[in-house]
Design a protein around this ligand. Structure first.
Ligand code: SF4
Length: 357
């Protein structure tokens, strides 16, 4: 009978989450896996929109891209060959879908490990029972639970992503273009939300926040976002009347950690950049609406969460089913500015706004 013992130098294939924020919160899982198997090869399978971030994770030896435009299976056919032709020591499933279990089976290995969700338990060699939903587990712990369920000690619960020098230089160059290279304090705003409009806070409130932070804290404010969020970022900057500059569409996932690491604080909804900022140790003010901070609020560095207690929240819907979007619209710029100023002062002593109080 084949031995059940782990092979220290084996190959571990990790089917990574599909969202940037979830990927950032999977970092302790990957760091723990690396700590448990320091001589192993650990390779991630990722979507094109998260691969750039994973390529910056020091716990991985390689990142394979699958899916994208046209077919989510694009690139999967050669994956089995690239990942050892079925000889992986373990294939770890961080995604919960039936489809990810099929992809794991296709890659092949001694172990196929993941939560027993979406009717796929019979496909796995180790089907881990999902944790109770009440209270909801934090996503970091949820991922670590997969390791625990497979008998591997999750030794890293908090981790910081180091920023690479070349990325730091690229981030500085980008900031220099908008006069932010030497600016202190430097505050980032991220008004977009790939998930859907229910997570967005009004552009007008972001603009008011920028004006207050520039006026009262002497902050240089930059607005971040992807190419598809350029219009919204431009609207924030227009309404901020010179108090903010847009970098939307100018960065990419590879330099995003360096750019976020350069900030003294970031204000964002429950989105990818929020969690990447937390991963590089940047303090955040997180605006939570339709999602649950118990599950995804940043942990580690000093972070603040602003949230309205509404009967309908969290609903996890992409657009507000009630039409009023009060969970985000009821949050005011003054309240957010106070949290940012308090974070900045905790980081570097009283800022202009607090001294004047
Ligand atoms: S239903 Fe409630 S929690 Fe959901 S988006 Fe609307 S206001 Fe927000």
């Amino acid at each position: 009978m084949a031995s059940d013992a782990w092979e220290n130098k084996g190959l571990h294939a990790v089917l990574a989450p599909s969202w940037i924020g979830d990927t950032a919160m999977a970092a302790p899982f990957l760091a723990s896996l690396r700590a448990a198997f320091p001589e192993a090869r650990i390779e991630a399978v990722a979507t094109p929109w998260t691969a750039g971030l994973l390529e910056r994770f020091p716990w991985l030896d390689a990142v394979h891209r699958v899916g994208g435009e046209g077919s989510r299976w694009a690139g999967a056919w050669s994956l089995r060959r690239r990942l050892g032709g079925g000889s992986a020591e373990a294939v770890w499933l961080l995604a919960n879908s039936f489809r990810s279990a099929l992809l794991g089976r296709w890659i092949g290995g001694r172990r196929l490990i993941g939560y027993a969700t979406d009717g796929r338990g019979w496909l796995l060699t180790r089907a881990v029972a999902p944790p109770p939903e009440s209270p909801p587990p934090h996503l970091v712990d949820y991922y670590l639970g997969i390791l625990e369920g497979a008998g591997v000690r999750p030794s890293v619960r908090e981790v910081r992503l180091p920023v690479q020098e070349e990325d730091a230089r690229a981030a500085e160059d980008l900031l220099a273009e908008v006069g932010g290279a030497d600016a202190r304090p430097l505050v980032g705003l991220h008004p977009g939300a790939f998930f859907g409009e229910s997570k967005t806070w009004p552009a007008g409130e972001f603009a008011r926040l920028a004006r207050r932070l520039a006026r009262e804290a002497g902050a240089r404010v930059v607005v971040l976002g992807g190419a598809g969020e350029s219009e919204m970022a431009a609207k924030v900057c227009r309404e901020a009347e010179g108090a903010a500059a847009s970098l939307a569409g100018r960065d990419n996932l590879r330099i995003l950690p360096a750019l976020l690491g350069r900030l003294d604080a970031l204000v964002a909804g429950d989105t990818g950049p929020l969690h990447v900022a937390a991963l590089v140790g940047t303090p955040t003010v997180a605006l939570f609406g339709p999602t649950d901070p118990r599950r995804t609020a940043p942990r580690g560095a000093p972070h603040r969460v602003i949230r309205r207690e509404l009967e309908c929240s969290p609903c996890f819907e992409r657009t507000c089913p009630l039409g009023h979007h009060r969970c985000m619209n009821d949050i005011g710029a003054d309240e957010v500015a106070a949290e940012v100023v308090s974070l900045l002062s905790a980081r570097s002593g009283p800022v202009r706004g607090e001294e004047n109080r």
